[in-house]
Design a protein. Structure first.
Length: 205
């Protein structure tokens, strides 16, 4: 299966997106834009800007129990409360990790991903290997990401679709009672909200 989003699973490019793509190709072809600079820009959104939104949602859920409940009841609205909305985030579901349950997210058909809270999907998320193995052997995949769960912890794998995008609410690490929401957000990585990592322990704890 190719990594190209399937038509039924991801909306076709809009006119605007097609024009941006064409413009990008043309600018590179004419030597007016450095492809490396574009890559850097994409990387910035993929690993830095985008996931910070999700991290602030998680940090608020950790510090505000009413908000946490709203997030679990209706993630789209709760995320909008924080000001994050947009394409590929219209129907969000937040799944909560607990000592008994660990959640992880995949899109088995293509690369559906909650852009407003996590930015752009990493390449491994789009790979056919992850898409297959997250379902067939999630514990092995988690171990490769460095997550070792106790045998009694149930692993739930959520398959994203064009209709529903999932994000994981990781468990708040122990020893972080003294941290404020901004400091807590620093502990929340992109991968922890996909469910292939845990929130970091606080170095200041
Ligand atoms: Fe998809």
């Amino acid at each position: 299966m190719s990594d190209t989003p399937l038509p039924h699973h991801s909306a076709p490019l809009s006119d605007l997106e097609q024009r941006v793509k064409s413009l990008e190709s043309l600018l590179i072809e004419k030597g007016l834009v450095d492809p490396a600079a574009l890559d850097l820009l994409v990387d910035t959104y993929e690993t830095r800007v985008g996931p910070r939104n999700g991290a602030s949602v998680v940090a608020r859920a950790w510090t505000d129990d009413d908000y946490r409940q709203r997030l679990l009841d209706d993630a789209t609205s709760a995320i909008l409360e924080q000001g994050y909305r947009g394409r590929q985030g219209e129907h969000m579901v937040c799944v909560e990790n607990t000592p008994q349950v660990h959640n992880m997210v995949v899109c088995t058909l293509c690369s559906c991903y909650p852009w407003p809270v996590l930015g752009l999907p990493p390449n491994w998320y789009k790979s056919s290997e992850y898409r297959a193995r997250a379902v067939s052997e999630p514990r092995a995949v988690l171990a490769e990401f460095g997550v070792e769960l106790a045998p009694e912890v149930e692993v739930r794998v959520w398959d994203s679709t064009a209709e529903i995008r999932y994000m994981v609410l990781p468990m708040r690490p122990a020893g972080t009672d003294h941290l404020d929401a901004g400091q807590l957000a620093e502990l929340v990585s992109r991968d922890s909200m996909i469910g292939v990592a845990l929130a970091q322990e606080s170095s200041a704890a």
